[in-house]
Design a binder for this molecule. Structure first.
Ligand SMILES: [Zn+2]
Length: 329
């Protein structure tokens, strides 16, 4: 009889483990909204970014402002203080997360490629980002197969950041499942970047009226609807945002940072002939629309085979690349 409580505990943890996994998908989200504040669960402080209800239960989207890691949790586990975004940023002002938001705002004037465009030059390697803009073509799976093969012995899972649109998720449920399987098998680790829901683009309009700067754009919808679609598909939203076409103006950058999101640019768009340096944030397209960039990337990987084997050229987790720059400042 003495053993009973122990078995009971094991059983309980098994159930908790299962429910934690099932919690990854939120199919019945209502009242999804920006909601900021401080969630404390000793010893870690989290900043609250969103609140939503799923199937009658309330959840929070939280960011660890030291590591940029995000997670969904129930409010009951924390002592919570609601704040405005400005109050929350002031409260967490010495953290890498808030410093990264500030840096992105400082680089907000350019019409193209605003935000953070490189990691740390001391890194021996790059952060890989692949954009999933709306496309009728299938996912360019060469990217994933080649990084898994090249890094098999040195980095597992291989980190990659995918900028995803709401439309692409709707168009490609099977590709999405395939990516999630690779993640479940720990072959890759995906940081999901918000790339807007609709990703509108006009062939005629000048840049300053194009993409998210096009008249009639609803930024609330573009940001929050994409996050909701991620959660409904079992993807964890990160604190990163990539502008469609890499086009923005200063006002738009501040609209995005007001959602607590860090705009991510690039200093090495391979299809445009930009060469990656140590610490580069490399951009390729995963949506099948820019095969030349993917081919360039695979050529780069092949050229680095020896360095990869010696761990002298690695892929970096975007969260760490952005984070490290502000550690210990
Ligand atoms: Zn795009």
């Amino acid at each position: 009889m003495k053993q009973l409580p122990k078995y009971f505990l094991v059983y309980l943890f098994a159930i908790l483990g299962l429910s934690a996994k099932a919690q990854g998908i939120y199919k019945k989200i209502t009242s999804y909204r920006a909601y900021y504040g401080w969630a404390k669960h000793y010893p870690q402080d989290w900043m609250i970014l969103r609140q939503f209800v799923n199937d009658g239960k309330t959840y929070l989207l939280l960011v660890n402002p030291q590591t940029l890691e995000t997670k969904i949790d129930e409010p009951g586990f924390y002592a919570i203080k609601q704040m405005t975004i400005d109050e929350a940023r002031a409260f967490f002002k010495s953290t890498p997360y808030v410093k990264a938001l500030q840096k992105a705002e400082k680089q907000s004037v350019n019409m193209q490629d605003a935000g953070i465009e490189s990691g740390m030059p001391k890194q021996t390697g790059i952060s890989l980002t692949a954009d999933l803009c709306p496309s009728r073509k299938p996912l360019d799976r060469r990217i994933f197969n080649s990084i898994i093969t090249e890094f098999k012995k040195v980095e597992q899972p291989v980190p990659i950041a995918l900028s995803v649109t709401g439309i692409w998720m709707r168009q490609h449920p099977q590709d999405l499942e395939w990516l999630k399987e690779l993640q479940d098998k720990h072959e890759i680790f995906i940081t999901w970047i918000n790339h807007s829901f609709n990703h509108r683009v006009s062939l005629k309009l000048p840049l300053k009226e194009n993409f998210l700067l096009e008249a009639g754009t609803n930024i609330n919808y573009e940001v929050l609807e994409t996050e909701m679609a991620m959660l409904k598909n079992g993807l964890m939203p990160s604190v990163f945002f990539r502008f469609p076409g890499l086009v923005s103006d200063q006002k738009l950058v501040y609209q995005i940072t007001d959602f607590g999101l860090i705009p991510i640019g690039t200093d090495a768009w391979l299809a445009k002939g930009q060469q990656p340096q140590a610490g580069s944030i490399v951009l390729i397209h995963g949506n099948g629309n820019e095969p030349v960039g993917v081919t360039d990337f695979i050529r780069l990987l092949k050229a680095k085979t020896q360095s990869i084997a010696r761990k002298q050229w690695l892929l970096y987790d975007l969260r760490e690349s952005v984070d490290e720059e502000f550690q210990g400042e």
